[in-house]
Design a binder for this molecule. Structure first.
Ligand code: TYC
Length: 102
């Protein structure tokens, strides 16, 4: 700080803000009705997976109940969840997509 002799102190910040944004996992959940091909398409369209990666994730969800589509900042994760839920609903599939803090 700086003391000018008039009872005032200037406090100067020297440290740059370096807070990293919190990250969120976007997950899809298994169900008995959504076609496998639809899930693969969702992973390609909204999560930029190639056919091989999309198929691997879809089969993991089919066999284990839940799987990770990607990790994003809050606003991006929220947008992905909305886009997937809207697309599933438009196509009358019960596919569920959720996000969780890492
Ligand atoms: N279990 C579905 C079926 O047998 C396929 C499926 C996979 C559904 C992944 C949802 O997130 C899912 N048709």
């Amino acid at each position: 700080g700086n003391e000018a002799g008039r009872g005032t102190t200037v406090i100067t910040r020297t440290k740059t803000k370096t807070k990293k944004p919190s990250l969120y996992r976007v997950l899809i959940l298994n169900d008995d009705y959504t076609p496998m091909e639809f899930v693969v398409h969702v992973l390609e369209r909204f999560f930029q997976k190639d056919r091989e990666a999309a198929t691997r994730i879809m089969l993991h969800v089919h066999n284990h109940g839940v799987g990770e589509c990607g990790v994003y900042t809050f606003e991006v994760a929220e947008t992905k969840v909305s886009q997937v839920m809207d697309f599933a609903r438009q196509n009358q599939h019960p596919l569920q997509c959720v996000m969780e803090k890492k």
